[in-house]
Ligand binder design. Sequence first.
Ligand code: GDD
Ligand code: MN
Length: 373
Amino acid sequence: MLQLAVILPTYRERANIAPMVARLDAALQGVAWEAIFVDDNSPDGTADEVRRIALDDPRVRVIERIGRRGLASAAIEGMCATAAPIVAVMDADQQHDPELLPKMLSAVESGEYDLAYASRFAEGASTEEWGRPDRVKASGLANRIANKVTGVELSDPMSGYFMLRAETLRADAHRLSGVGFKILLDILATVDRPLKVKEFPLNFVARIEGESKLDQTVVFEFLVGLYDKWLGRIIPTRFALFGTVGALGVAVQLGALWVLLKLIAGERFVYGNWSESATFNTANTLAAIIAMTFNFVLNNELTYSDKRLRGFGPLMRGWAQFGLTCSLGLLTNIGSAAVLKTIGFHAVIAVIVGIVLGSVWNFALSSRFVWGK
Ligand code: GDD
Ligand code: MN
């Protein structure tokens, strides 16, 4: 009977698939296991490589997701796609040693522990190479915050290598956020009863094939994850990101306007001098386009990182659509403020309501038409 499912999220890991399966096979002698690769339509043909191996080995299969990105959501979907009573999640890039799996399995299967995980910072663990030295520091800080949030003392709550009973996971799967890279942390913070956790020291070896995908955004994803956990139900995370980017856009427009006025008119320009209104309008139009472009880029990188538009064509189309969306949002913004002002609301309230309505409209339209699929 099937005992264990190993979930391996992949993005551009083609060269690691065959060695990974061979190492699982060697490490899990005597265990009835299956391996589920969850691939986000990697351009290097990772999913095809898994299918090639799966033809001869029914223990191996792939879930290929189209138009989606994200390690956490890939892990969740993989864990929900097996009949095995126990599930493990690990990186597919061979940085996680499969030799730990049988030890983790005994800890969980015996019922002594609810969850087993591999720690890069436990006694006896080591990390061979971190792409960038500041990641160790960022990781240390993240760990301290994480321990506060979950109430569980773990030396490495950001670990991507763990094992637990599938039913523990499935009971709360709908409450997991699926944002970012901190899936273990998310599970610990989401499951209501405290889990008994067994820590295994991991020798986190350097990558041989391929490259890391989470260098630049790991801290950002972590913060977004925390937000999602605590406030995401009140103001949806994506809308909060969209709104934050929008607020930054206001600052960008003001800054750009100031610079442009200096450039175009030099010292001659004086605020409030309306004979300069043509200059002002030209500069402000340019500034608005700059801010709109800034918002488009930031939303594409952060707010919609899982649906990011890539390549010249899609980016230009997206930019134009976003511009159109923003114009409609602006009409809503100004229009609703005008109506409220006319029926007697205080100007400040009218303006704020206008901004909120305009943003909601912008968000609704752009998530449907710019980043929708
Ligand atoms: N499906 C899918 N989608 N898989 C992904 C994605 C994605 O968007 N991004 C990364 N992966 C896969 C990679 O292919 C790899 O198998 C695994 O997730 C880990 O990604 P890496 O890019 O190799 O991560 P790392 O080694 O830099 O980061 C390690 O430390 C993090 C915490 O600091 C990993 O152990 C992470 O799991 C861990 O959260
Ligand atoms: Mn890695």
